[in-house]
Design a protein around this ligand. Structure first.
Ligand code: HEC
Length: 472
């Protein structure tokens, strides 16, 4: 059997796999097929087993979503479960379809990122090619355990959707706006709000905000759930939810207090960073919650775990939004004629020294590519995020590994490419029609171009503060 030679960087070493001939090409053939798995360790591909090599990769990168009740369509925990899908796993990992992580890790690396190294992919490939052997089962690492209810600890308050939401088995996506009102004995502070999906199979994403009512406002007016896309604009939506102020103005909203995507844990910022005031009367508004399609009638009743803080936030996070509904114009205006692939730009100047925490690129179904970077007054370019193949389904809030300092006067640049041809399989219209931005309409059949940044004003030393692995 003729096999490919495999070689790659590992621990900064360029490790050439053991072979008899000298070669400089990946396509060279060898009969002695081996893989370097660690510094100075080279194994023959026939020794690759589930127990020793594949299980750790699967447990780390797949099991968080592929376990009972989670978003992945089947569990991937045990040898049996993985073996059953071996060929498919080889395919989806080699194409980069799984694990879903649209951001290019070579452009900017983020906290909690999930992607397979070239070496992991090669290990899976070679293992499947050899008939996916289990190996010595006693060497298989234990299946990871996931806490029920909260990933973070015991919450101070749980706010649950007031009733179960019914999802019709019509195999369609549902985009909804929901509010969960609350009343506390007195104003307080909150450190973190964690979303917990009731029906993990169906809840696909949630973006939520805190809204405060004035003293007189009633909590029980308006609907608690409305279809986000039946309303062409924000005013109609807020009116239906009963959350406009009595004088018709928009209520005070604290943006992005909690976001959720399958497999993503709530990110805890280091002590002293983040948190919000929480007024006595208010609501959590999910704007929006996306349920994936289901072929059978089903229900969801999700909830939020609220963790209070003893004192006012020292460094509350702020938000900067470029593009649609944001501080910067889109150039040219976001109108995409049929049968075109078009590039749009938006840019904004940072007026003070800031430290970035997270970044969230947003487009709808015509999105094709998204890239954002910053240029400092000294003309240094700082890569922010690059999404070479936009995927509407996986819109992460990417958290930087360390606080990212942007000096005063830095320009943030965004370039977004849209594909309004019939080549785009996600195009909602066939034949394509003009698609545009309309008053912040969230309908998937209208478009948006947004870059949302959360940040705190810069303090000396921020660039050394890690945003990974903090706990409450
Ligand atoms: C963030 C959650 C998540 C992670 C992590 C994840 N998956 Fe998935 N996977 C899904 C979802 C959801 C689907 C259903 C297809 C979709 O919605 O795009 C899926 C589908 C699949 C499929 C079926 C593809 C098809 O066309 O039917 C395979 C195979 C798969 N995943 C393997 C893996 C492997 C292997 C890993 C780890 C290397 C992994 N997944 C990591 C969520 C995840």
């Amino acid at each position: 059997m003729q096999e490919h030679l495999l070689y790659w960087f590992w621990l900064g070493l360029f490790l050439l796999v053991a072979c008899t001939q000298t070669t400089d090409s990946k396509d060279s053939k060898s009969t002695n097929d081996t893989i370097g798995i660690a510094q100075n360790t080279v194994i023959s591909t026939s020794d690759i087993t589930f127990a020793e090599h594949i299980a750790p990769i699967i447990h780390q990168n797949c099991t968080p979503c592929h376990r009972p009740g989670e978003a992945g369509p089947f569990p991937l925990r045990t040898y049996k479960e993985v073996a059953k899908h071996a060929r498919m796993i080889q395919y989806v990992t080699s194409t980069g379809f799984m694990p879903p992580w649209p951001a290019d890790p070579t452009y900017r690396s983020f906290a909690g990122e999930r992607f397979l190294s070239e070496q992991d992919k090669e290990l899976i490939k070679a293992w499947v090619r050899n008939g996916w052997p289990e190996g010595d089962a006693s060497k298989t690492p234990p299946i990871p355990q996931y806490p029920e209810g909260s990933q973070l600890g015991k919450p101070d308050m749980v706010l649950k959707m007031p009733e179960e939401y019914f999802l019709e088995g019509n195999s369609e996506d549902n985009f909804l706006t929901m509010k969960i009102p609350y009343e506390l004995p007195k104003d307080t502070f909150v450190r973190l709000i964690e979303f917990v999906p009731g029906n993990r199979r169906l809840v696909h994403h949630v973006n939520s905000h805190l809204l405060f009512f004035n003293k007189k406002q009633k909590l029980d007016v308006g609907k608690w759930v409305v279809d986000a896309y039946e309303h062409g604009n924000r005013r109609a939506l807020y009116t239906d939810l009963g959350i406009l102020n009595d004088d018709g103005t928009y209520p005070e909203l604290i943006p992005l207090v909690s976001n959720y995507l399958p497999g993503v844990e709530a990110n805890v910022y280091p002590n002293g960073v983040g948190g919000w005031p929480m007024k006595k009367k208010g609501a959590i508004v999910m704007n929006d919650i996306h349920y994936g399609p289901t072929a059978i009638d089903d229900y969801d009743q999700s909830y939020f775990n609220v963790f209070f803080a003893k004192e006012a936030p020292k460094r509350p996070t702020l938000e900067l939004q470029l593009g649609t509904l944001g501080i910067s114009d889109i150039i040219p205006p976001l109108v995409i004629p049929p049968d075109t692939i078009m590039t749009f730009k938006t840019r904004a100047k940072v007026l003070g020294d800031i430290s970035l925490l997270t970044i969230n690129p947003h487009m709808h179904l015509l999105g094709k590519e998204f890239k954002a970077w910053a240029v400092t007054p000294q003309q240094d370019t700082i890569p922010l995020v690059s999404i070479p193949e936009w995927d509407f389904r996986w819109q992460y809030f990417y958290t930087f590994k360390k606080m990212l300092h942007l000096p005063q006067g830095t320009i943030i640049e965004v370039e977004a490419i849209y594909d309004n041809t019939s080549e785009n399989p996600n195009n909602p219209y066939d034949p394509p029609r003009v698609i545009a931005e309309r008053d912040g309409s969230m309908r998937t059949t209208d478009e948006m171009l947004q870059l949302i940044l959360t940040f705190v004003p810069y303090q000396k030393g921020d660039e050394n503060i890690s945003l990974e692995n903090s706990s409450l």
